[in-house]
Design a protein around this ligand. Structure first.
Ligand SMILES: Cc1ncc(C[n+]2csc(CCOP(=O)(O)OP(=O)(O)O)c2C)c(N)n1
Length: 577
């Protein structure tokens, strides 16, 4: 580690070090929370941070992957830009999974990595890695600073890019000498950047065409994606749905944008979504897709997807339009703006008869799947009953974070949401290890509600070390591990599609209770149904962190299921149907 004496540098308003300029720039952007992990190449930044601890909260995670997933969870609940710090080399490469996750899930982040001192660049210096090259395909923008005078301007640009248009992650790599070097501090926020067009002007004709199709449709279905949440369109979406009478269904990341008990909300789309919306996608005459990107988990086989329907696609990112599903009418816009304008053009309408067509599917799904999941008569505990009971006990007024796998799909199906920004999950990348650190960020970003983290025994062990962060920060995170002693979702596929050949999916787990207690977090193990309710009550009554392990049925499956690549309306309600 190189050392340099920066004590002679003036720390006044005008003359600062590059590191100080960085922290002051963050304050200008309204940053009050940073998730990070220090190391040699970012030490000047951490040293500068030390003088601003009255203004900025830094959460020390136990791994850089934890820091970035926490920044994601923070951004997702708060709507602010998530910020994280890491050192060069391994610190920086440990961020990559989270950056890729944020990119595909449109999460605004600005990540700062330290870099070796600039004369050493390209020499394979200690902890040198080309993080700019490595992160290029998974960042919205990235940049390496070797000149302290660039810092304020680049930070301003980074925040503008991360949060404008379709949000995404930005990475700024700063060489150590630039952090030490003197510079002057003057900050100017960006409002526009030449050659970067985050939003297109909305074409009036596309609005008029869309309104005509909406007014004429007999069986319209609205698909609600995360764009609704990101643009803050929740209210206008409901006004629009209620005025037009159009039923709605959500993508995984669109969950919580609409209260789950809204009469027009028909459930979740996609591979483990609800029966009705998936079947009706191939029955409707108009699909109005708002702020979503027709991911393959939502569409199944695109050749047979909604071929009978006209498609209106409201989407801020022009590259998503006509990418997977061709649109009859494309409105390239922020969801909120588009819905506000459409609201004026659409007629009051009622589609009760069409909405009633969902009922037999809801009933069939209830009878064949939901009832068995949440009110099981068999002895073994199900993931569904645990999620359902926890959600009821919180009055659905908590933030749900999940990991990836069976527990994620079950939690998404049964939690039922009251408030927007209360479903924090890794959608596009499906990153195991996301759930626990994302819950850390969610709890920091919204301390007013408990955060319930539903995790599988596999995913929990990928970032288990963040239990220490939860304890150190005394966060109101209730960790619920649904332990089936399997990599459950992979086992499910092995059972259904690989002749039950359970190749490396069985897990011999440690004593999770002792581990939680070792971290200083109160913990309880539930094996029997009779003990569940009391354990949930104890968990929710506990101030601060709590760990609940529930031993669930080892070989339960998640249904409904659209087999990979099948037609979306070919939904199976069980292994043989
Ligand atoms: C980092 C990563 N590695 C592998 C996978 C593939 N994968 C998807 S679900 C799953 C099993 C998850 O098991 P567990 O965490 O125990 O949750 P469960 O499915 O049992 O609820 C695996 C291995 C992944 N999504 N992410």
């Amino acid at each position: 580690m190189t050392t340099q004496n920066n004590s002679s540098l003036e720390r006044d308003e005008e003359n600062v070090t590059g590191a100080q300029a960085l922290i002051k720039s963050l304050l200008e952007e309204g940053v009050d929370t940073i998730f990070g992990y220090p190391g040699g190449a970012i030490m000047p930044v951490y040293d500068a941070l030390y003088d601003f601890l009255d203004k900025v909260n830094h959460v020390l995670t136990r791994h850089e992957q934890g820091a970035i997933h926490a920044a994601q969870g923070y951004a997702r609940v708060s709507g602010k830009v998530g910020v994280c710090f890491a050192t060069s080399g391994p610190g920086a490469t440990n961020l990559i999974t989270g950056i890729a996750d944020a990119m595909i899930d449109s999460t605004p982040l600005v990540c700062f990595t330290g870099q070796v001192t600039s004369p050493l660049l390209g020499t394979d210096a200690f902890q040198e890695s080309d993080i700019v090259g490595m992160s290029m395909p998974v960042t919205k923008w990235n940049y390496q600073i070797t000149d302290a005078d660039e810092i304020t301007d680049v930070v301003a640009k980074a925040f503008f890019i991360a949060k404008s248009g379709r949000p995404g992650p930005v990475l700024i790599d700063i060489s150590k000498d630039a952090q030490f070097a003197p510079t002057s501090f003057k900050y100017k926020k960006y409002r526009r950047i030449r050659s970067y067009l985050p939003e297109q002007p909305v074409e009036k004709k596309s609005l008029i065409d869309a309104a005509r199709l909406i007014n004429q449709a007999k069986k319209p279905l609205m698909l609600v994606g995360q764009g609704v949440v990101l643009s803050g369109a929740e209210k206008v979406l409901l006004q629009f749905a209620e005025k037009t009478g159009i039923p709605m269904a959500s993508t995984l990341l669109g969950l919580s944008a609409v209260p789950s008990d809204h009469p027009l909300w028909k459930g979740m789309l996609g591979m483990h979504g609800n029966y009705g919306p998936n079947v009706m996608t191939n029955e409707c005459d108009l699909l109005l897709a708002v702020g979503m990107r027709f991911d393959d988990r939502v569409t199944g086989d695109i050749k047979t997807y909604a071929t009978q329907a006209k498609v209106i696609h409201v989407e801020i990112d022009p590259s998503e339009i006509n990418k997977n599903i061709p649109a009859e009418v494309a409105i390239c816009s922020d969801a909120k703006k588009a819905l506000k304008m459409l609201l004026k053009l659409v007629k009051d309408n009622d589609h009760t008869a069409w909405c009633n067509e969902f009922v037999p599917f809801q009933e069939a799904e209830y009878e064949k799947v939901i009832e068995k999941d949440i009110y099981p008569s068999k002895p073994g505990l199900t993931m569904g009953e645990v999620v359902h009971q926890v959600a009821e006990a919180t009055n659905h007024d908590a933030i749900m974070a999940t990991d990836v796998g069976q527990q994620q799909m079950i939690a998404a199906r049964y939690f039922k949401f009251k408030n927007s920004r209360s479903c924090i999950t890794s959608g596009g990348l499906g990153t195991m290890g996301f759930g626990l650190p994302a819950a850390v960020g969610a709890a920091v970003g919204n301390p007013t509600k408990p955060v319930i983290a539903f995790l599988g025994d596999g995913g929990y062990q990928m970032t288990i070390q963040e239990m220490a962060t939860i304890k150190q920060e005394n966060l109101n995170v209730k960790v619920v591990v649904l332990n089936n002693e399997f990599l459950g979702m992979v086992r499910q596929w092995q059972e259904l599609f690989f002749d039950r050949r359970y190749s490396f999916t069985e897990m011999h787990n440690p004593d999770f209770i002792k581990i939680a207690e070792g971290y200083g977090i109160p913990a309880r193990l539930v094996r029997e149904r009779d003990d569940l309710a009391a354990a949930i009550d104890e968990m929710l009554a506990q101030e601060g962190p709590y760990f609940l392990e529930v031993r669930v049925e080892k070989e339960d499956n998640v249904f409904p299921m659209v087999p990979s690549g099948a037609t979306i309306s070919d939904v199976r309600l069980g292994p043989n149907s």
